[in-house]
Design a protein around this ligand. Structure first.
Ligand SMILES: Cc1ncc(COP(=O)(O)O)c(C=O)c1O
Length: 417
């Protein structure tokens, strides 16, 4: 058991931390107090380069005045209101329009929520709803991929391919079947067996939390083909990949494969305020509105939250004005060069990634290396034996240089000991 921090001191033990040892004392966490651009500052004044854009999300960097001011302005007008019938608000409508405009479905429609997990559960429910409404009540299977991460709501927990996240909660959703993340033939046999009962396949184009795993050549096209042949829907979970991360607005555009639905969160506001959602294709949107009597019995209190929506509109504008989608391609070039050099020096075993999302295999538990990186002032993520990076898309070449100098030092010290 960790030491209990007495009440009344600055640090209390009230907070339950996400994905953490419950016994860890509050005092042992790094307390971030401020941030600007790619630099974080903790309560002791120590600075860190944010090589993870918080948690794969802060595309425009920290402290962007345009987004901060847009939020302040909206707070002065209308802080909060819901969009349940009969209400709407202008920022929510504008955010939906701005989001679909940059998406592969500019004529589609956008549902808004708060978290990636809400977006995923919404997409799963919508997929099943469309089949139910078509009279295909037996089509309920959701196909998940090994190492996929789709958040922690019950739906997302059930359809994620990271087993350690799925155990310990009792029964999860039925009708979920897993396929390997790299073998389209296995997917084809599953469809051959159960095709008429498959509602949807859920897939991160680049798997993030599972370890920055790229799709094999032709794999995403293969999923698209199988879904089309068997009448299933294809959902791309772009919670990490969306909003420029892979060098296009959405990874769907990067890989040239268009899903029926896309989930998004994180980069849509760069995390300044929580916002997420689902984009549905024009065909699904037409289907949704075609029955004038069908009501959507789904929605969150904060669906279309005006202040979060205002943050999204301003954030998308900043991404456009500052050319951050193209910047991801420059970052990809620099990161690839940095990893190639480390590989040449025998410091890493392999690397992978695209645009602003990368990982390298270091051939041993990544957590001590991650801790050494953070100690040396660079935030990264340890996943298995991989170190992952996903920096703000405003990161400079010099800052990328700092990431690689630090990584090189840490890996060298590790091999020296
Ligand atoms: C691909 C993907 N989907 C869903 C989620 C869940 O998002 P949230 O943590 O906002 O619920 C995440 C979070 O990292 C994610 O990476």
């Amino acid at each position: 058991m960790g030491e209990r921090v007495p009440k009344g001191t600055h640090v209390t033990d009230a907070l339950i931390h996400a994905f953490s040892l419950s016994s860890k004392s509050e005092a042992d966490f790094i307390n971030i107090v401020s941030a600007k651009d790619c630099t974080l500052v903790d309560d002791k004044g120590k600075q860190y380069l944010d090589g993870m854009a918080s948690l794969w999300l802060c595309q425009i960097g920290h402290g962007n005045a345009k987004v901060v001011n847009a939020i302040k302005h909206q707070l002065d007008q209308l802080q909060t209101y819901n969009t349940f019938d009969p209400f709407t608000n202008e920022p929510a409508v504008q955010a939906a329009e701005a989001i679909r405009r940059v998406s592969p479905h500019p004529e589609g429609k956008v549902f808004l929520g708060c978290s990636g997990s809400e977006a995923v559960d919404t997409a799963l429910k919508l997929a099943r709803m469309f089949h139910q409404r078509r009279g295909d009540a037996d089509r309920q299977i959701i196909v998940r991929r090994t190492s996929g991460y789709h958040g922690v709501n019950v739906g997302g927990t059930s359809v994620q391919g990271i087993e350690s996240n799925r155990v310990g909660w009792g029964d999860l959703l039925p009708h979920v079947i897993e396929i390997p993340n790299d073998d389209i033939e296995e997917a084809a046999s599953l469809f051959a067996q159960h095709g008429s009962r498959i509602a949807a396949v859920i897939c991160e184009p680049v798997q993030g939390a599972g370890g920055v795993i790229m799709p094999p050549d032709g794999y995403l096209e293969g999923l698209r083909r199988l879904c089309d042949q068997h009448g299933a829907l294809l959902i791309f979970d772009e919670v990490i990949c969306g909003f420029g991360r892979t060098g296009q607005w959405f990874a769907s555009q990067t890989f040239g494969v268009t899903p029926d639905m896309l989930t998004f969160a994180k980069g849509v506001t760069s995390g300044y305020l929580p916002l997420s959602g689902v984009i549905i294709s024009q065909a699904l949107a037409d289907e949704l509105v075609s029955d004038e009597t069908a009501k959507l019995m789904h929605g969150y209190t904060y669906s279309g939250h005006p202040t979060a929506a205002a943050a999204a509109v301003a954030n998308i504008q900043v991404i456009e004005d500052e050319g951050l989608v193209n910047a991801a391609q420059r970052i990809g070039q620099r990161m690839s060069e940095g990893f190639t050099a480390l590989l040449g020096d025998g410091m890493i075993q392999s690397f992978r990634g695209i645009g602003g999302i990368w990982a390298c295999e270091i051939g041993g538990d990544a957590i001590p290396a991650r801790d050494a990186m953070i100690n040396s002032g660079v935030v990264c993520r340890g996943i298995g034996e991989a170190i992952a990076f996903c920096p703000p898309l405003i990161i400079t070449d010099d800052e990328i240089g700092t990431i690689f100098d630090t990584l090189s030092d840490v890996l060298k010290q590790r091999s020296d000991t």
